[in-house]
Ligand binder design. Structure first.
Ligand code: BEZ
Length: 248
């Protein structure tokens, strides 16, 4: 699957909360001065910058040339690379990733590449969408496609596994899982539901003819409004899967 085409300005406007809410997983990582840390899917480098400010030596990777340019503007070592094509070997004390792994269906391949990138004893600490993440939103996107007679079964680009499923994948690659938790996290959307859909749901919307997309997204919002809008605030039904695993 082709990586999503991110636009840093739109991301900053509608999705800055995604990196802001990444601080708990960064605390789980507990970066130490001098550690070499790979930030897998670093986006525009907001969390990579925190890693550097805490004294570690981060390298960020992301498949988006625009994100990598934004991260380099922050003076970071950022490299344009798809997670499925990582070519590091035995060189990092830790691999860190926030809000990225749910965009990559080939989880086994990515876990294998991360394992190879770590030195023995190194840790893989990450958080991403887990089982049930944004389920109501996904159902509304699919339902409105089906209402328009559009085949929706392959529209979702997202991978939201259970803890058992992801634990088994990590273990099969050789990792020892020290901690793993599925965390329901209802999340206010600063750009509203439309901002969320415009930022994250283009693989659904692109199935609708361009002149009908606005109507489609508005119908998705109408479906979600009774349960996901309180006064003027839209809330998304986020569920995060957070874990720490070691290369044995
Ligand atoms: C996220 O990156 O946080 C996200 C993306 C798609 C669906 C839900 C969450």
């Amino acid at each position: 699957m082709k990586p999503k085409d991110w636009k840093p300005a739109i991301y900053a406007r509608h999705a800055r909360y995604v990196s802001d809410l990444g601080l708990p997983v960064l605390e789980l990582l507990d970066p130490r001065p001098g550690e070499r840390i790979l930030d897998l899917g670093c986006g525009d480098g907001e969390l990579t910058r925190v890693l550097r400010d805490r004294g570690s030596e981060p390298v960020g990777t992301d498949p988006s040339a625009e994100f990598i340019a934004a991260a380099r503007e922050l003076g970071l070592d950022a490299r344009e690379q798809d997670a499925r094509e990582l070519d590091f070997e035995d060189e990092f004390d830790a691999v860190f990733s926030n809000a990225v792994l749910h965009w990559i269906g080939e989880a086994d391949l990515v876990i294998e590449k991360v394992y190879r990138a770590l030195r023995t004893g190194g840790r893989f600490v990450a958080e991403f969408g887990g089982y049930g993440n944004c389920a109501a939103i996904e159902q509304a996107l699919v339902a409105e496609l089906e209402l328009r007679g559009i085949e929706a079964s392959t529209a979702s680009p997202w991978y939201f596994p259970t803890t058992d499923e992801y634990h088994d994948k990590l273990a099969a690659a050789g990792f020892t899982v020290r901690y793993m938790e599925l965390i329901p996290r209802p999340t206010p959307l600063p750009g509203g539901m439309l901002g969320f859909l415009e930022t994250f749901a283009d693989s659904f919307a692109s199935l609708v003819a361009p002149d009908r997309r606005e109507g489609y997204l508005s119908a998705v919002c109408d479906r979600l409004e009774p349960l996901h809008r309180k006064n003027d605030e839209w809330i998304a039904d986020y569920v995060r899967l957070r874990f720490e695993a070691f290369k044995g």
